[in-house]
Design a protein around this ligand. Structure first.
Ligand SMILES: [Zn+2]
Ligand SMILES: [Zn+2]
Length: 126
């Protein structure tokens, strides 16, 4: 079994509960950065509460708790191409973790365990 992060179907990766809007970040007043005064200097830094976006989720999605992604376990079977040996990695395009904020999924790398390389079963069972 492998687990990967997939885009939350309930909020489509947005992180907000359906029908709720994001609200202005109270920490930076929507500016996305906070200014810290230290003597003669003022230090600008990107707001840690909203991550520099300026808005925060007012009502987090219940399925993913506001992260926009959920962990999913599933069974996959990997066919081992000819010429692959023990310990080599097979790249499975699009089977990896979902991208940040609704981006496309990345690639999953499967390391071939020696036990799966018998002639009869040329596949990795996860
Ligand atoms: Zn969600
Ligand atoms: Zn903020």
């Amino acid at each position: 079994m492998v687990s990967r992060r997939e885009i939350c179907p309930a909020c489509s990766g947005d992180g907000s509960e359906k029908g709720s809007n994001r609200k202005t970040c109270p920490s930076c007043n929507g500016k996305g950065e906070t200014v810290q005064s230290a003597g003669f200097f003022s230090l600008r830094r990107s707001c840690s509460q909203c991550g520099g976006i300026g808005t925060i989720i007012s009502n987090p999605c219940r399925s993913c708790r506001g992260s926009g992604a959920i962990e999913k376990k599933r069974q996959i079977t990997v066919k081992i191409p000819a010429g692959i040996e023990d310990g080599m990695r097979i790249r499975m395009t699009g089977e990896g973790d979902g991208g940040e904020r609704g981006g496309p999924p990345g690639d999953l790398y499967v390391v071939v365990p020696p036990t799966c390389l018998c002639e009869a079963r040329r596949q990795v069972c996860l």
